[in-house]
Ligand binder design. Structure first.
Ligand SMILES: [Zn+2]
Length: 310
């Protein structure tokens, strides 16, 4: 860590739409570990598509050194059982993974049933694609997630960054869930994805929404989207669509998703047992109309986009 540089190169154009009208928005201080020197990051915003990004971004080697263990802020190994317990409390990635895989399969017109899962995490997307009959290739640098993936799926992902991946074969479906916000030069990654897709093939891609109600309410105190320095890009729907379309994809469908953990309130109040269960149920019921409205207004927490290779 001490030998790693903090900052990468200055950015002059929007990372999503390419426009050169970019402005400083806000700064966010960040402290990687207790006792280390605080680092300051500047968030810039595109005047054209509204997408935000760190400028200067963190240095490539620094990000790599974080991701070799985890892309999800895990500071130690975690077991499949622990992940599944979390899933029962708050079914998030399993539900989203199956739904996204199904959508992608329905929109895949290429006739190619190979799928590439970039940033495969715990492996729920790969499992979802396999259940639909796809042969899969999964890529994920983080060793903590990859151990869980192995317990879930029986094999291991390629433990590399996407930028180091090479393949002669083409894919009918590519999934990038919670990946593009982590990547320096996301346009380079998207161009590479397009090169790996069969014509008529489908990219399913999910990112945190920079225009979400959480960012509007909390500003830089939001850590779902503005998680510095791991998240280097903060997409708006307009920016994400522009990024995909200028690389030769046609956007077929966009969705917004919001979930707040039902135990967010009871946990904060330190409640346990049946009282906690009642509070959790109430939060679950109350959030349906609220998050539904946020999604309709474009203020949802996540944006999902399905795009076809023309
Ligand atoms: Zn832009």
């Amino acid at each position: 860590m001490t030998t790693t540089q903090t900052y990468g190169d200055v950015i002059y154009n929007c990372v999503a739409c390419g426009a050169d009208k970019i402005d400083f928005w806000r700064q966010k201080d960040y402290q990687y570990t207790e006792g280390s020197t605080a680092k300051v990051f500047h968030i810039y915003r595109c005047k054209s598509c509204g997408t935000g990004f760190l400028n200067q971004p963190p240095h490539r080697q620094w990000l790599k050194s974080i991701y070799q263990y985890s892309g999800q802020a895990l500071t130690q190994a975690i077991s499949l059982d622990e992940v599944l317990v979390r899933e029962v409390e708050f079914p998030n990635c399993t539900v989203d993974a199956q739904r996204m895989a199904q959508q992608a399969d329905e929109l895949n017109k290429s006739g190619n049933y190979r799928a590439l899962d970039i940033g495969s995490g715990f492996g729920f997307y790969t499992r979802g694609l396999r259940r639909l009959g796809y042969r899969t290739v999964s890529i994920n640098p983080g060793e903590y997630e990859n151990q869980v993936f192995k317990d879930l799926n029986g094999d291991e992902p390629l433990p590399i960054m996407f930028e180091d991946y090479q393949s002669e074969q083409k894919f009918g479906v590519v999934v990038m869930s919670q990946v593009l916000e982590h990547l320096l030069e996301p346009d380079v990654a998207v161009a590479k994805v397009v090169g790996l897709l069969e014509s008529g093939g489908l990219l399913a891609c999910a990112v945190p929404n920079y225009a979400s109600f959480l960012v509007k309410l909390l500003g830089t105190r939001d850590n779902a989207c503005l998680w510095v320095p791991e998240h280097v890009n903060y997409f708006t729907k307009q920016g994400l669509v522009s990024l995909l379309e200028r690389n030769g994809l046609r956007v077929l469908k966009t969705e917004q998703i919001s979930r707040v953990p039902t135990n967010a309130v009871s946990r904060r109040l330190g409640l346990k047992g049946s009282l906690a269960a009642v509070i959790d149920a109430a939060v679950g019921l109350a959030q349906l109309p609220f998050t539904g409205l946020m999604n309709v207004l474009g203020l949802g927490i996540y944006i999902t986009v399905y795009a076809e290779k023309i």
